[in-house]
Design a protein around this ligand. Structure first.
Ligand SMILES: [Zn+2]
Length: 285
């Protein structure tokens, strides 16, 4: 991915080095459940958040050159999502309100509650922020065997996709469905929401590439798309469940299978049309 020299977003909140109240962190069953559930790019996982209060106990984290590089990468990526989604919203007569991205270490307090890095990156609709512990990128590479900068770009684009769902009031509708549905119906709605965020990430990649090309710049390099598809595949519910339990329980899927996730990303990437991301209207996503 050619990202150096791109505009960096100013919507980055660096909360690394801030600690949250330790009385609430990692204790007993709560902590165990958090680790077991590990959300992998969930949206508003408030059901399993503990409540805590942020306490600033130290100054900003000392930043290594590698961390600074990753932060620059993230800020540039967020900048790309702002440019692309602003343009797409404008074309349909709407205004894009950009989310903020919060960088944190270990644990963080969001408007959706307290979260730990082990849960993976997430989007909180209540404060319109994406939360990211950059160490997740190492996990993506080492634990999920999905290396590459475009695998990381996909993660951020997916989370921003959840923000787009909020702006389009799609997330609200799903919440209403989940409020009156059975557990497995609720899970199916969650899968559709997640797959749509994957598709939106693909739409974003399509348009960002086009916008960069129109300015005589490249963006995607060969192998990039494969990196994203690989990441989407490696974090499929079926694959994760097989790895952790040795069997899969489709009713408990909340994000979609490896095939579905990579398939919907590809669909968005190929078509570039938000309207092609209607995961709610297909019989099976
Ligand atoms: Zn998600």
């Amino acid at each position: 991915m050619l990202w150096r020299g791109g505009r960096q977003s100013s919507n980055i909140e660096d909360r690394r080095g801030m600690r949250v109240g330790t009385g609430l962190v990692g204790g007993g069953l709560g902590g165990l459940i958090l680790l077991l559930i590990s959300l992998y790019f969930g949206v508003d996982p408030s059901a399993i958040f503990n409540r805590g209060t942020a306490v600033d106990v130290s100054g900003p984290a000392s930043t290594s050159p590698a961390d600074q590089e990753t932060k620059d990468f993230v800020a540039t990526l967020v900048g790309y999502t702002e440019d692309t989604w602003s343009d797409l919203f404008q074309r349909s007569g709407q205004t894009y309100r950009a989310p903020k991205l919060v960088l944190f270490n270990g644990a963080v307090e969001s408007a959706c509650g307290f979260a730990q890095a082990a849960m993976g990156p997430f989007y909180c609709p209540d404060d319109e922020r994406v939360y990211l512990d950059m160490s997740f990128f190492q996990e993506l590479r080492d634990r999920f065997h999905a290396p590459g900068d475009f695998a990381q770009a996909y993660v951020i684009a997916h989370e921003v996709g959840h923000h787009v769902q909020k702006l389009l009031s799609i997330a609200d509708q799903v919440e209403r469905i989940q409020g009156r549905a059975s557990k497995s119906e609720g899970n199916r709605a969650s899968v559709r929401l997640e797959l749509q965020a994957d598709c939106f990430a693909g739409v974003w990649a399509n348009h960002t590439e086009r916008m960069q090309q129109s300015q005589m710049k490249g963006f995607l390099e060969s192998g990039d798309v494969d990196e994203a598809l690989r990441a989407a595949t490696m974090i499929g519910d079926d694959r994760l469940q097989m790895q952790s339990r040795g069997y899969v329980v489709p009713e408990s899927f909340t994000h979609g299978t490896a095939e579905q996730r990579s398939g919907w990303f590809k669909k968005g990437l190929d078509s570039g049309m938000v309207s092609d991301c209607n995961t709610f209207e297909t019989g099976t996503p």
